[in-house]
Design a protein around this ligand. Structure first.
Ligand code: PLP
Length: 380
């Protein structure tokens, strides 16, 4: 018996949010602190340090924007881009489209470098677009809409030739796919709490180096004004109120980031790679083929084509209603054809994957033995 209105307990194996460990939920449910309480300031400092470690950056500026991942994108666009800036944007899925849209609304001259959904953008094409002077280049490191990872090599060098900023979306890749921001020469990046960090949705980890921050002149949006927000997050001695920080969420993020560091980034990346391959081979036994070609797969998100005869919406609905398992549909050219399965943090483990494979085989009315063997072999 609970004293509050309970919600069902789902196994979140969709495109996010991802499974939140009890330890993070316990941290979240602690008494609320004021946003200027010295005890909370200590949490803020630890979160900044943990974010630097997770992003692999020495940037001073590393904090969670009080918003979902898209708020991280808005912070980037409003503060680091100016109207009439020429910005090169990689578009090979929904989130590249979203950035292109946000930049257009900002008044930037958007140069789109496109690839078909389900493929990475060839590096040469991005580098070729960087011939004429431009202000910034943006790519989505992990395209959640397609399950494809975008290589970052050579892009920082292409930007440096024009003094342009190199910016990325690492919402789905942070903590699940190899990523070293400083080594890749990334000037600014945003992420989300609810993917491989296993925190509830509502915070957007953000980082920018001094070169990027030098471009900040002011922000068209009041809420995402980086200077004002940093007066609170980085104010030496005096932290100036801008908006009431979502203190419980920041405490939860600290716990989630501690878990990431306790495991270690490299072992975590390796676990995600292994989990991805194990699930891919198990689902292949049930007739589902991965969308991303070998070498372009985003480990935290497995997008698979639905074999003929499988009920696209009905099966997903049955997984949710009868098995409490969430997986995601797809949009755009993949609508009705592709399912997206999260392999994120606590979801990238044998037990939740086995639950999914068993439930799916059951819904399809097929024997699960061969698929389970493939899953176990993948984890062995
Ligand atoms: C790659 C990518 N970018 C941006 C976003 C936007 O984040 P949010 O939905 O938290 O605003 C998402 C969310 O799924 C994403 O996967």
């Amino acid at each position: 018996v609970t004293s509050f209105a309970a919600v069902p307990e789902r196994l979140l194996l969709g495109s996010g949010p991802s499974p939140v460990p009890q330890r993070v939920l316990d941290a979240l449910a602690q008494p609320t602190l004021g946003h200027l309480d010295p005890a909370f300031v200590e949490v803020m400092e630890e979160v900044a340090e943990l974010l630097r470690a997770t992003f692999r950056t020495a940037n001073r500026t590393a904090f969670p924007v009080s918003a979902t991942g898209s708020g991280g994108m808005q912070t980037m666009v409003d503060n680091l881009i100016r109207p009439d800036d020429r910005v090169i944007v990689g578009v090979n899925g929904l989130f590249g489209e979203r950035m292109s849209d946000a930049l257009t609304r900002r008044g930037a001259e958007v140069v789109r470098v496109e690839a078909e959904w389900g493929r990475a953008i060839p590096t040469e094409r991005l580098v070729a677009a960087a011939e004429d002077p431009f202000a910034a280049l943006f790519v989505v490191h992990g395209e959640t809409s397609t399950g494809v990872v975008q290589p970052l090599d050579a892009l920082a060098e292409a930007c440096a030739q024009h003094g342009a900023l190199f910016m990325i979306d690492c919402v789905t890749s942070l903590g699940g796919q190899p990523l070293d921001l400083d080594a890749a020469g990334v000037d600014a990046a945003f992420s989300g709490a609810q993917k491989c960090l296993n925190c509830p949705p509502g915070l957007a980890p953000f980082t920018a180096n001094d070169r990027a921050l030098e471009r900040v002149q002011g922000s068209p949006s009041w809420y995402f004004d980086l200077r004002a927000v940093l007066d609170y997050w980085e104010g030496d001695g005096a932290r100036t109120y801008h908006h009431t920080a979502p203190t419980n969420m920041v405490v939860a993020l600290r716990e989630a980031l501690r878990i990431v560091q306790e495991e270690g980034l490299e072992p975590r990346w390796e676990r995600h790679a292994k989990a991805h391959e194990a699930l891919r081979s198990a689902l292949a036994q049930l007739g589902f083929e991965r969308v991303a070609p070998e070498g372009e797969q985003l480990h935290p998100l497995l997008a698979v084509r639905i074999p003929e005869g499988v009920d696209y919406n009905g099966t997903r609905a049955a997984l949710l209603q009868d098995h409490d398992i969430e997986i995601a549909a797809a949009s755009g050219p993949f609508a009705g054809q592709v399912w997206r399965i999260g392999v994120m943090g606590e979801g990238a483990r044998p037990e939740p994957q086995e639950r999914l494979v068993r439930a799916l085989a059951r819904e399809l009315g097929v024997d699960v033995t061969v698929a389970l063997d493939a899953l176990h072999d993948g984890w062995a």
